[in-house]
Design a protein around this ligand. Structure first.
Ligand SMILES: Nc1ncnc2c1ncn2[C@@H]1O[C@H](COP(=O)(O)OP(=O)(O)OP(=O)(O)O)[C@@H](O)[C@H]1O
Length: 380
């Protein structure tokens, strides 16, 4: 990404409330036309970050640069950003047309042009002919479409969206997710999106930034984050995972040999390149990376014996919980031939490769201290 391709640049952003950094040195670039989502639990600082980009919150430190221009000190309405927030309500006393026309009237656009542009965005959100409706006569989903139309009517290059589908039921959410993706493709607009919903983030985003405790934990494509979570927090937060606490025995060629704390008699192997720095203190393996069968197999780097505790048939895949000496392990398999040979109580072998084993040092067990402002921190 060259700097001209970076439509949004968030530079070392910090926001404190009562001395507490709720956004803590956040930096993130969003390329022209890219769809980037801030994903995290409630209170992780997603909304505050987005509100700072929008200009509704003043940062204590850091800068917001939009299309190469530092807008940190600029009023929200001068930033020319489209915004759709869950609580950024439509004007109830105005009809649909006047709601959508509002940003154009503010900008002194001529009446004829307003008519054309409102018509264009009503088409875009598939609500042609709704101009004269009152807001109270619209469903929740239609209201969010109107909010989207109002945000897009002045053709902003950047759209900021904070849980725009949060108040809608599942079916409507999915329908509007598809529409937002279509509009994103159609207009090529740059989107910074906030959600706590993993599936929503996965299905919509080019890249995802995982936030916790006011910090970005990892930025990447959905598959990068899933396949190589950079710390234990991300590994546990994003997708299903098995964790074992381990201690390091030694290095062996391209692998490290690790001993589970609960079963020091067992050796587990993780590939060096799957380590995220420091001495490994825990390992993670995804349930679908584990093969399950009644025999061990030396072609796998890791073989772990266990007893099947229970089996859930889930259609396309089967979820199997196995008690092992090292601790309980969850396996997900689509291979019914293996599953038909086992039942609760069966003695089985769990098998996976060193390259499927992520190893994390102790200091990434937690994303950050609970109260970041209260403790000294090292950078990075
Ligand atoms: N105006 C404010 N005054 C004091 N504390 C605030 C203020 N705004 C946000 N906070 C605190 O900052 C932290 C981060 O809030 P933020 O809304 O950014 O999180 P979030 O990840 O968007 O969560 P949610 O999904 O619940 O909106 C929270 O602990 C919140 O209570």
């Amino acid at each position: 990404m060259t700097s001209t391709e970076k439509t949004i640049q968030i530079r070392n952003l910090t926001k404190r409330y009562a001395g507490n950094a709720v956004v803590d040195r956040v930096s993130l670039d969003v390329a022209d036309g890219e769809f980037v989502t801030l994903l995290g639990l409630s209170g992780s600082g997603k909304s505050t970050t987005l509100m700072t980009v929008a200009g509704f919150v003043d940062p204590d430190e850091g800068a917001i640069i939009i299309s190469g221009r530092d807008v940190t000190a600029l009023e929200p309405e001068k930033r020319n950003l489209g915004v759709v927030f869950q609580n950024y309500a439509l004007f109830p006393h105005l009809n649909v047309f006047d709601n959508i026309a509002f940003p154009l009237k503010m900008r002194g656009v001529a009446k004829a042009k307003i008519e054309t542009e409102v018509g264009r965005v009503l088409d875009l959100v598939s609500l042609q002919g709704y101009g004269q409706r009152r807001i109270s006569q619209l469903s929740g989903g239609q209201q969010q479409r109107i909010a989207l139309a109002r945000a897009l009517v002045f053709a902003p290059r950047v759209l900021l969206m904070d849980e725009p589908l949060g108040a809608l039921d599942r079916q409507l959410r999915e329908q509007l997710q598809t529409e937002i993706r279509r509009i994103h493709r159609q207009l090529g607009v740059t989107i910074l999106y906030v959600t706590h919903d993993q599936e929503e983030a996965l299905s919509m985003s080019d890249r995802i930034a995982i936030m916790a405790h006011g910090r970005i934990q990892q930025v990447g494509t959905p598959s990068e984050i899933y396949l190589s979570p950079s710390n234990r927090f991300v590994a546990g937060f994003f997708g299903e995972s098995n964790f074992l606490d381990v201690s390091l025995e030694r290095s062996d060629g391209s692998n490290v040999i690790l001993r589970p704390k609960t079963a020091p008699g067992i050796a587990l192997r993780a590939a060096h390149r799957q380590q995220s720095g420091g001495t490994p203190a825990s390992v993670m393996v995804r349930p679908e990376a584990i093969a399950i069968d009644t025999a061990s197999d030396a072609t796998f780097d890791n073989n772990l014996a266990g007893t099947v505790e229970h089996i859930d048939f889930l259609g396309a895949t089967t979820r199997i919980v196995v008690r092992t000496e090292a601790g309980p392990m969850t396996v997900r398999t689509g291979r019914l031939d293996a599953v038909t040979r086992i039942a609760p109580g069966s003695e089985v072998w769990l098998k996976w490769q060193a390259t499927e084993t992520m190893a994390y040092p102790a200091d990434t067990q937690e994303a950050a201290p609970e109260n970041p402002a209260a403790e000294p921190q090292s950078a990075g």
